[in-house]
Ligand binder design. Structure first.
Ligand code: SAH
Length: 420
């Protein structure tokens, strides 16, 4: 049988009786596939796998524990035979043929009236592949297509809208590099009808959207005030209720100083389905872009992420507890004074990373005592992440006198040797 002689179609088997002859692993797989499609499955086999027996005892299928009889075919819409005995499969296929019932014969691919494709389901898309009678080739292709669908590399966007309400996904876009969004986030972006975008985040991905995807900018851009939070909430709900799939593309992680919780709550209160997709937060990744780990063996065991000087009184004021400030540029002088007042030594290293992961990334390194003046002198501006603590010593941008034996002797698997 040549590939051009097959006619691909999709059977809708919901509630229709189908027959599986055989109780081994192949029969089991096919029975499960048929059950997934909602068919009323009867398995005829003297012995069956544990899974088939389990499905039978929980009432999901009927197992006739005996040999096949020709009358088993009567009244079914579709037959799968996989008995492992060619003569029985041939008999089943012949009985089905006589009654013009489509039958897949597992033991004789060439003679089989129908073939089972390799299948993958990604969201509401089901793909089925036949590959010239080579099941492993079909499976490999199926896996590749499924991966491309999952990562958003293929156009998953709907062009026919269902009559029902749409949905909102709060997608953490990461700090700005388009490679730092999650696979799930990227896929949802590829399905979006409307994208509500921030100024920060993976802006390059917006350029890849289909031309008819609507992008609503709600972030602050130079000269423009940001759209107020209540208005953002309202837009999300309004667009979803129109039937759109809405992606709220946020910088970093939606739940880290990003007001994602409020957006999710407002959507739910208004009956809109909402999914939250975590993202790579700038609090951790932007320091990393300057070679600063927020924790490092021997230098810091924990870290705090805060916005400004008010919360700083609650934070441990020790060089071995890393403090990460977001949105902290304007208050930097006050924040440094607050930490110094709490007893953090003035020579504690501080790093500022502006525009992390972006072409104009800039790193400024100083100490708690000097950083405010340095920042002013070079004109540090938002967006920037400020990192305070001994971990800053690890950065390749740190001046040589910051580097101490304390960390240079550390290797991940060897205990640290203290030199006194
Ligand atoms: N939810 C976001 C944070 C939003 S607050 C997250 O998890 O990352 C916005 C602040 O994030 C900015 O003021 C800045 O401090 C920081 N920020 C975000 N992206 C940044 C980037 N690419 N470079 C430097 N700072 C960034």
């Amino acid at each position: 049988m040549a590939i051009q002689d097959i006619y691909p179609t999709a059977l809708r088997l919901l509630g229709r009786p189908v027959l599986v002859v055989g109780g081994g692993p192949v029969a089991e797989r096919r029975a499960k596939g048929l059950l997934d499609a909602g068919a009323k499955v009867t398995v005829v086999a003297p012995v069956a796998t544990e899974a088939v027996r389990g499905l039978a005892s929980s009432g999901l299928l009927t197992w006739e524990q005996r040999e096949y009889r020709s009358s088993d075919i009567d009244g079914v819409w579709f037959v799968q035979t996989a008995t492992g005995t060619a003569a029985v499969d041939t008999q089943v296929a012949a009985d089905a043929e006589a009654q013009r019932i489509w039958c897949v014969n597992a033991s004789d691919h060439e003679a089989s009236a129908a073939w089972t494709p390799a299948v993958a389901v990604v969201d509401d898309v089901k793909i089925a592949i036949n590959a010239g009678g080579d099941p492993r080739r079909a499976m490999a292709l199926r896996n590749a297509v499924a991966t491309a669908l999952e990562t958003g590399d293929l156009p998953l966007r709907r062009h026919r809208k269902p009559g029902t309400a749409g949905s909102v996904a709060l997608v953490g876009g990461g700090p700005g590099d388009s490679g730092l969004i999650t696979v799930r986030g990227r896929r949802l972006l590829g399905q979006a009808d409307v994208v509500v975008a921030d100024r920060l985040g993976p802006r390059d991905l917006l350029k890849e959207l289909a031309p008819d995807v609507r992008v609503i900018e709600v972030g602050k851009t130079p000269g423009h005030h940001p759209v107020p939070q209540l208005e953002i909430n309202r837009i999300l709900v309004e667009e979803a209720l129109k039937g759109n799939r809405v992606v709220r593309l946020k910088g970093g992680d939606p739940y880290v100083l990003g007001r994602g919780g409020e957006e999710a709550e407002f959507c739910r209160q208004n009956g809109v389905e909402v999914e939250v997709v975590s993202g790579v937060t700038s609090a951790i990744s932007v320091p990393a872009a300057a070679g600063i780990p927020v924790t490092h063996r021997g230098l810091a065991k924990g870290f705090s992420v805060v916005t400004g000087h008010e919360e700083l009184s609650e934070v441990p004021a020790r060089p071995d507890h890393t403090v990460v400030l977001l949105m902290g540029v304007a208050q930097l002088r006050d924040s440094a004074a607050e930490l110094a007042g709490s007893g953090l030594p003035l020579d504690t290293p501080v790093g500022i990373v502006e525009n992390g992961y972006l072409p104009d990334q800039r790193v400024t390194i100083g100490t708690l005592g000097t950083i405010a003046d340095q920042a002013e002198a070079v004109g540090v501006a938002n967006p920037a992440v400020i990192v305070i603590g001994d971990v800053v010593r690890v950065s390749p941008f740190a001046p040589p006198h910051f580097k101490t034996a304390d960390y240079s002797t550390i290797t991940p698997n060897r205990p640290r040797v203290r030199s006194n």
